[in-house]
Design a protein around this ligand. Structure first.
Ligand SMILES: *Cc1c(COP(=O)(O)O)cnc(C)c1O
Length: 412
């Protein structure tokens, strides 16, 4: 087991590292909220951090800790915390590590709910610059004296812009700025942000990590690369022991304990089971997406395809250098005069739904759904046209998927 180097070998044999008694092959689901001790002193020691142990399920259970340890392995970090959702994980970092007067540099192509969250942060006195993170020069140009953190996604949705991840990592390191990467769309199977010097890595476990579309969860992993001794906002009480763990201690206390968006043991169990097939699912959905992208790019009724695996994609080179493959988000614009709903309603195999990373192919028009609320002017700025469709490609048999799209396009 300890010899295994492969991603999937490590994940599927991970439970054995936990030493659960009675030898269960899968981590048991611990549904107890409180944890009791033989003597008062044993409980006091756990409270005071002298001994390790569980206290109350809002902070952790043996089941959520087992998942945390699996994610730490997958991201090759020094520790991980899990949360009820991906949004809870992002909020946890922002609210426990930033203070009024700080400046955050982030992407102009963010996931919509993250964008909305950051707008809320502005109300708490955080200054924000939304820049084009496909170019490190735009990030560097936004720097202020009070810049504390850069936050970016790997592949943006729906436009599939790929951030200049390695150059931004070098720049953050040279400036002593925290580099926080949302790895949801790539997952640790396609990409490890630690390789580009990320300090903190977030994953929405609801997407590719668990797959299946049956459970919500989120995580934050510390890669161990940032020197938290230089960070001004670590509370004195958390500057104990290994400095590599200071940020996670603070995020755990300030967010999980105080704000309480905790993952249940039931959800953690489902996510751990789902993660065992991450590599298999992603190999299939990614090769499906590439095949479909090529088909769409060659079709006269399609004006443009957004997929980093296509040579014509503006960041194809970056994606090829950094990622194992190109993901399974694929967007496209129908040619002028064709209607998104007419096409989608004619493809029986795909489901009209939002979400990413289900095993089924899901698709929806962008302008009339997710980006409806922001209005036409803002959509134009983001490059979201009226004939744009986003697909989250599933693990269906490739021929079925290609036939379904090509026949429906021909009928259109
Ligand atoms: C879905 C998503 C999130 C939020 O995750 P939830 O688990 O749905 O809260 C954050 N970032 C990205 C890139 C996402 O796709």
């Amino acid at each position: 087991m300890s010899q295994a180097k492969g991603f999937t070998s490590r994940i599927v044999h991970h439970d054995r590292l936990q030493g659960f008694t009675d030898g269960p092959v899968h981590a048991p689901v611990y549904n107890s909220v409180p944890y009791g001790y033989q003597s008062t002193q044993d409980l006091v020691d756990v409270f005071q951090g002298v001994a390790t142990g569980q206290v109350y399920a809002r902070q952790a259970t043996p089941t959520t800790e087992s998942l945390q340890s699996m994610i730490t392995q997958a991201e090759q970090g020094v520790g991980t915390l899990v949360f009820a959702t991906g949004m809870a994980a992002i909020s946890a970092v922002f609210f426990s590590m930033l203070k009024a007067g700080d400046h955050l540099i982030t992407s102009q192509y963010l996931f919509g709910n993250t964008h909305s969250l950051i707008k809320t942060m502005e109300g708490f006195g955080i200054e924000v610059s939304f820049v084009d993170t496909t170019d490190v020069a735009a990030v560097a140009a936004a720097k202020q004296e009070n810049t504390r953190m850069v936050y970016t996604e790997t592949i943006a949705n729906p436009g599939t812009q790929v951030a200049d991840l390695a150059a931004i990592g070098d720049w953050c390191e040279s400036q002593g700025i925290v580099y926080f990467v949302d790895n949801t769309i790539t997952s640790p199977y396609l990409f490890r942000p630690k390789a580009v010097k990320a300090s903190l890595v977030m994953n929405s476990l609801s997407k590719y990590f668990c797959g299946h579309g049956t459970v919500l969860g989120g995580s934050v992993t510390d890669t161990g690369l940032f020197n938290w001794e230089t960070y001004p906002h670590i509370f004195a009480g958390y500057k104990k022991g290994d400095p590599k763990k200071w940020a996670l201690t603070q995020i755990k206390k300030k967010s999980l304990r105080d704000m309480g968006a905790s993952l249940s043991s039931d959800a953690a169990f489902q996510i751990a089971v789902g993660a065992e097939t991450m590599a298999l699912r992603m190999d299939r959905s990614n090769s499906n997406a590439l095949a479909l992208a090529e088909l769409l790019a060659a079709h006269p009724k399609v004006a443009r395809v957004y997929y980093p695996g296509l040579a014509a994609h503006p960041q194809h080179q970056t994606a090829t250098e950094l990622f194992k493959s190109y993901g399974s988000i694929l967007s496209f614009d129908l040619a002028e005069g064709f209607d998104c709903a007419a096409l989608l309603d004619d493809i029986d195999l795909i489901i009209n739904a939002t979400h990413l990373g289900d095993n089924r192919t899901l698709a929806l028009p962008m302008a009339s759904t997710i980006f409806f609320e922001m209005g036409a002017e803002n959509r134009a700025k983001l490059g979201i046209g009226d004939r744009m469709i986003r697909c989250s490609i599933g693990i269906e048999d490739t021929d079925d998927l290609l036939t379904a799209f090509s026949e429906a396009l021909d009928r259109l």
